[in-house]
Design a protein around this ligand. Sequence first.
Ligand code: AMP
Length: 283
Amino acid sequence: MSRSPTIVRTVPALRRAVDGLRARKATVALVPTMGALHDGHVSLVRVAKRRATRVIVSIFVNPTQFAPTEDFSSYPRTWKADIARLAAENVDLVWHPDVKAMYPEGFATRISPEGPATAGLEDRFRPHFFGGVATVVGKLLTQCRPDVAIFGEKDFQQLRVVTQMARDLDLGVRVIGSKTIRERDGLAMSSRNVYLSPDERRLAPILYRTMKEAATRLRSGEDVAAAMAAGSEVIKAAGFALDYFEVRHAETLAPIAATSDGPMRILVAAKLGTTRLIDNIAV
Ligand code: AMP
């Protein structure tokens, strides 16, 4: 039987709810989201359930990680369907602050991540992004005080940034990465996929296919620059506006010159029309 989660919208109510869980010796997992939930988010909830006795899902579309030109106001919001999905997964608590509860009048503190946040991937194209992410995730982690927090590998640089921040700031939380859930044709699930026109939707899986081809070439020892240049050409020829198609060190995100520089991750970001897609795979 599914049970509707408790929904809290203010910091004092959240504190009482988390204190209650702690008093009952629960272990707590947090899954931060911006809502518009899909099977990728649900997979994180299922990982969370295996890692802790109580699961909190936060739903907060964070204005500070969007540039003025980006899609904050049009970002898909599907509250009722989200709560139904979380009820079906027996999530205990949904933390759903409004913008004023998260950033009250006079808010003036910002976390400024370095290291993986300045690797020259997403940060090159969205310079405001990781400051906004680190600040809100820092707040979510201190507000919810979870033992573990689950993040998708789909946003691979973000996973590295949050892992580094939790370590650097002694947040006392274990950050766990969880694998990317894909549509049948390989397109990584994303709340933004609803923006794609039917023609764009048909083209979108080319990103995954091209990463897989590049991974095969790298594994067979092909020159790194040549393999990545070939993949970039395929993506551009298909009609994408390519931001980057790169192979990086999977832990440090440092550039890779030779396949022996190793464990490798291929990362891509490209626009189809007005929709920006990101994805990555292990080599
Ligand atoms: P978002 O709501 O898009 O901010 O994402 C919330 C969390 O879900 C982040 O940790 C994402 O990395 C993760 N996520 C998004 N899409 C997927 C996916 N297709 N598979 C697994 N995790 C995902």
